[in-house]
Design a protein around this ligand. Sequence first.
Ligand code: IPE
Ligand code: IPE
Ligand code: MG
Length: 251
Amino acid sequence: MAETELLNKIDQAKIPNHIAIIMDGNGRWAKKLGHIRIFGHRQGVRTVKNVVETAAELGVKYLTLYAFSTENWSRPQAEVNALMELLVDSIRKETPSLMENSIKLEAIGDLENLPGNCNKTLKETINTTRNNNRMTLVLALNYSARWDLTRAMRNLATEACSGNIEPENITEKDIRKNLSTAAYPDPDLLIRTSGEYRISNFLLWEIAYSEIHITPVLWPDFETDDFYNAIIDYQKRERRFGKTSEQLIHS
Ligand code: IPE
Ligand code: IPE
Ligand code: MG
């Protein structure tokens, strides 16, 4: 179906407020074309740019992209280096476009342990874009959900040891407050490309009630129409949050 036709099928009143994406398949995309994996990552950056701009146009308020996991450090050193370089270059190059589109950049993950220039560029763009308010783009970098949950538990244990909080009084809210995603609503829609049916240590706490859309399309091939289709799929779902269908109709 043509892009405009798909766009017409999207209910503007039901745009997901927060979309999270596991951008997967760059390596396989490159391999299929007989190129090295890094070529796929470069192409993947184009998809990122398009998805970010399309999300902002649609009125999505938060877009969280899984760009580098804690586990990705165990890839070949040359690939890790290339990914870090690509990250610095892309952030630098895209800062003017983030400003034009009034997109605020933020990041979650163990940022202090990223290469120095990466962390520096990231912080600069975060600072430059801090007053933008059309959409918040959250990059998950050197992120894993278990890392984040461990950190939150450590913080709470410290609070308990210093007598600021009683263990029996710890609530879900306290846990949430200590996660790096504390400032964001939970994702409404989680998209994974490349057809893998797994979460790969992404947002384990936050996706408790997210709708999941998995597409076989590899990330570099993920075009505007694929993104529209993910939203159309999401809009067909009945989000029950544990209730019955009848309860929802009558509420
Ligand atoms: C996703 O593509 C990008 C990152 C994880 C950084 P992959 O590099 O995982 O590509 P595949 O899964 O090997 O095809
Ligand atoms: C998930 O993709 C991480 C990112 C998209 C950054 P991976 O390619 O690392 O996930 P696995 O290893 O296939 O689970
Ligand atoms: Mg992968």
